[in-house]
Design a protein around this ligand. Structure first.
Ligand code: UVW
Length: 325
């Protein structure tokens, strides 16, 4: 993951890039661990419900433990499902004898909590020794004591979702490696789709990237790994703050272009939006089927619901979001 044109020695520290940018630390009290999800009030749930028209439903999780592999951040591994008990054990006489003689299958999964469609904990990424809301980064030691995924999981996420199909807007099946877009592009794409991004919308952005994983050779997918995505600017961060966006959902592994092209800084929006503003991040979402349907019926807003698994002290947790149109 490097950009040959950028000299690593000139890449600024995250602190320099973030200097003077807004935060929401303290806005919902010193103990807050769910950030912008606080914007999803009962009124927002009803606004989401009001956008339901046909009753069509879509699940947004990618398959886990897919034999082709699971799309993950380089260095992580896809989920491994291990069979522990099946009919073979009973045929061989190794299955337990149960009262009434029922038989059963059992299995175990080993996975990165960020190794599927997932919610990041707000404390997942930080700089300068502080995570979201100013909690000490040492609180992550041995498991996240603060701003883990658990408070997000306990609360759940429900509101009006809006899908911006950036790939379709640019006339592509999938955006190019490292291709960027900003909030102006999102607004323009929304306009072309005949819809407006409203305050407190849960923002879903399709690039086609995760869908393309299943059609590509994995070696090619990971070569010179630079995902397409949103790119950092002060104006973009201000826009997210003013729009009170509670949750950013994309079909990429990290929700933003991997390396900010001007400076070479890696994933600065994790810091500007998640660490500083408390925007919830949902990554590796499967958006192709939803996007195809939205293009067909021209309905790009819907009720979005999601609840990640309740992993105690987790830095993230898998989720299967459900959209109702
Ligand atoms: C990283 O941790 C790099 O990204 P993600 O939020 O996708 O886990």
């Amino acid at each position: 993951m490097c950009n040959a044109e950028i000299d690593p020695k000139t890449v600024p520290h995250m602190r320099e890039l973030m200097a003077g940018l807004p935060t929401n630390w303290g806005k919902w009290g010193p103990d807050d661990e769910i950030g912008c999800l606080n914007y999803l009030t009962q009124a927002e749930v009803l606004r989401g419900v009001a956008s339901i028209r046909s009753g069509k439903t879509f699940t947004l999780q990618v398959q886990m433990g897919n034999p082709k592999g699971d799309p993950v951040w380089p260095g992580r591994r896809g989920a491994q499902r291990i069979n522990l008990m099946d009919k073979g054990d009973f045929i061989c006489g190794n299955g337990p004898q149960t009262p009434g003689c029922h038989e059963f299958a059992d299995d175990l999964m080993i996975m990165y909590l960020q190794g599927s469609t997932q919610y990041d904990a707000l404390g997942h990424v930080w700089y300068d020794d502080h995570i979201y809301n100013g909690f000490d980064a040492k609180s992550t030691a041995g498991g996240m004591q603060k701003a883990s995924v658990l408070p997000i999981a306990e609360r759940g996420v429900v509101g009006r979702g809006i899908l911006i199909d950036m790939a379709r807007h640019r006339g592509k099946d999938v955006l190019d490696r490292g291709e960027t877009f900003n909030h102006h592009d999102l607004i323009d794409a929304a306009k072309a789709q005949g819809i407006e991004i409203e305050k407190r919308d849960i923002l879903l952005v399709r690039t086609g990237w995760i869908g393309s994983f299943y059609r590509r050779d994995p070696a090619e997918f990971y070569t010179d790994f630079v995902e397409p995505g949103l790119t950092f600017s002060r104006e973009l961060v201000d826009w997210f703050k003013e729009m009170e966006i509670p949750n950013l959902v994309t079909d990429t592994i990290a929700n933003e272009v991997t390396l900010e092209p001007e400076t070479g800084v890696m994933i600065p929006l994790h810091c500007a939006l998640m660490r500083n503003l408390g925007v919830a991040f949902t990554e590796i979402a499967a958006l192709d089927a939803l996007a195809a349907d939205c293009a067909q019926d021209a309905q790009w807003s819907f009720l979005y619901t999601a609840a990640p698994l309740k992993v105690v002290n987790g830095s993230g947790a898998p989720v299967n979001p459900l959209v109702i149109k």
